[in-house]
Design a protein around this ligand. Structure first.
Ligand code: FAD
Length: 465
């Protein structure tokens, strides 16, 4: 690998317009770090591309020398797929152009964009792209895996809003994929992650959303069971404008948090009404009825506020571990288990995240995109977040124990973007009846599994490297 990396380095040096960082370069230390501090790898070379030709050159060189290659947009893969030991990282962080066509309500953005780069441009035209909830997340990884967020019920998943992709395939060629051209790939790219090539540009639909109301409240530990039962019933008939997420966690020590709740297990409700505030007030009031009155607040907020308000809760370099799954129903036993788990949460930033899908995302037929299950409305994400490496074992085993306790009640399926790096055996579960079709597309576009650092779908005649 060392010799091959040297050869790649010297061949790229002649034509590369971006930056080439090896372990001796200034900037390598920063360049090798990704968001999840649990993943500390040392790539042999980081090719920070500045244009499509750079990406083509990097893919061709790595492919020729058979070097393990990671593709990185925002570096937020929980599993750490944006880096590798000794191999090549194709880093797209210099490619963050966004162009908005306000009249057609369309945007084009490059493969290195963060969610925040897109939001700030689309908002200049008063438009929104439905994406995730933390603005420093990479858009490519998020959209290619599916993309859920505040506006999923109103406008669908991020991938449902993609009109076309431009990508560099494993042989270094550029290719366009949309509903007419390379339509098999268009199907697979909407949910199939980074399996098929380096996406250099996304063309997406935008939406008008002039007003958003945000409401929040805390329910103390004795009310968690009642709240979850109420939520389960309430969301079944809720309008698509309403998104209600619940995090079970230890209440933070902030001024906003009533003193009696601080550091105690609570259910933290965050709701938005994506529409006319007057129409939403009754729903929001009703939904927050089981929260402590002194913890409740509701305000009209800007889209940019909404999209950045969670940024500081998920800092770069912390240690993170996750497991996720779906439920068709949240039965009473599951609710008991969730409440018990809340009582044993090991650290202040660790959370049990619950979201209700439904709405526009669930109206798209299951076979229309590669994205996994759209029918199970309840999404669970167990997310441990801590800083001391001596607490690794405690956090990982807590997540595994809670997950194993809940697993029997789950519907098979998982969202690939919420999976850890030790769950390769669950990838077929993520795609289920779509698996064989995914393998076909992978075999056609990446027969040697060059793009293997992802929730991997191995091509037919090879297994993952
Ligand atoms: C703080 C935080 C908040 C999150 N919030 C949400 C959320 O609200 N909703 C949600 O759905 N998910 C969310 N996620 C999960 C997120 O979708 C995934 O972690 C996603 O992989 C991040 O994308 P990235 O580009 O930053 O990742 P990277 O680590 O850069 O890449 C992830 C994967 O995508 C591939 N990839 C990256 N760029 C390209 C490209 N241009 N072409 C082809 N393949 C590429 C990589 O090879 C890798 O396999 C969140 C994650 C974090 C860390």
């Amino acid at each position: 690998m060392v010799e091959a990396i040297k050869e790649i380095h010297s061949s790229l040096r002649r034509r590369f317009k971006g930056d080439l960082l090896d372990p001796e370069s200034v900037g390598y230390e920063d360049g090798q770090a990704i968001w999840n501090g649990m993943v500390a790898k040392k790539p042999g070379l980081i090719a920070r591309c500045s244009n499509v030709a750079d990406i083509q050159a990097a893919v061709r060189a790595a492919s020729e020398h058979k070097v393990l290659t990671a593709v990185r947009c925002g570096g937020h893969s929980l599993a750490g797929f944006g880096t590798c030991d000794a191999g090549l990282v194709i880093d797209l962080s210099r490619m963050r152009q966004v162009t908005v066509d306000a009249e057609r309500r369309r945007a084009r953005f490059s493969g290195g964009c963060l969610l925040g780069s897109i939001d700030s441009e689309t908002q200049k035209a008063g438009l929104v792209f439905p994406s995730g909830v933390v603005s420093h997340t990479g858009a490519s990884g998020l959209v290619l895996g599916g993309g859920t967020g505040w506006l999923t019920r109103r406008f669908g998943l991020s991938c449902d809003n993609v009109e076309s992709f431009m990508l560099v395939t494993a042989n270094g060629e550029t290719l366009r994929s949309d509903s007419r051209e390379n339509a098999d790939l268009f199907w697979a790219l909407r949910g199939g992650g980074g399996n098929f090539g380096v996406v250099t540009e996304f063309e997406v639909k935008l939406h008008r959303l002039p007003e958003i109301t945000l409401a929040e409240g805390l329910s103390p530990e004795p009310h968690i069971r009642r709240l979850l039962k109420f939520w389960r019933e309430f969301m079944a008939d809720a309008p698509v404008e309403l998104k209600w997420n619940i995090d079970l966690r230890l209440a933070p020590h902030t001024e906003k948090t009533p003193a009696e709740h601080r550091s105690r297990p609570v259910a933290n409700s965050s709701l938005i009404w994506a529409g006319d505030p007057d129409a939403g007030n009754t729903y929001l009031r009703h939904a927050l009825a089981l929260c402590s009155p002194d913890s409740v607040n509701s305000q009209v907020v800007s889209f940019l506020y909404l999209q950045t308000m969670a940024d500081s809760s998920f800092p770069h370099g912390q240690r993170y571990y996750t497991k996720s799954g779906y439920f068709s129903n949240l039965d009473d036993t599951t609710i008991d288990r969730l409440a018990d788990a809340a009582a044993s949460i090991p650290s202040p930033q660790t959370q049990i995240e619950l979201a209700y899908l439904g709405g526009a995302a669930s109206e798209i037929p299951a076979g229309e995109t590669a994205f996994g299950d759209r029918s199970a409305p309840f999404i669970l994400n167990l997310l441990a977040n801590w800083s001391d490496l001596r607490a690794d074992a405690e956090h990982i085993s807590w997540i595994r124990a809670v997950f194993n306790g809940l697993r029997p009640a789950m519907k098979p399926g998982v969202y690939v973007n919420f999976m850890s790096g030790d769950e390769q055996n669950r990838v077929p579960e993520a795609y289920r009846e779509r698996w064989e079709r995914m393998v076909d597309v992978k075999t056609r576009y990446d027969p040697d599994n060059f793009f293997c650092l992802n929730q991997n779908v191995p091509p037919r005649k090879h297994s993952a490297k």
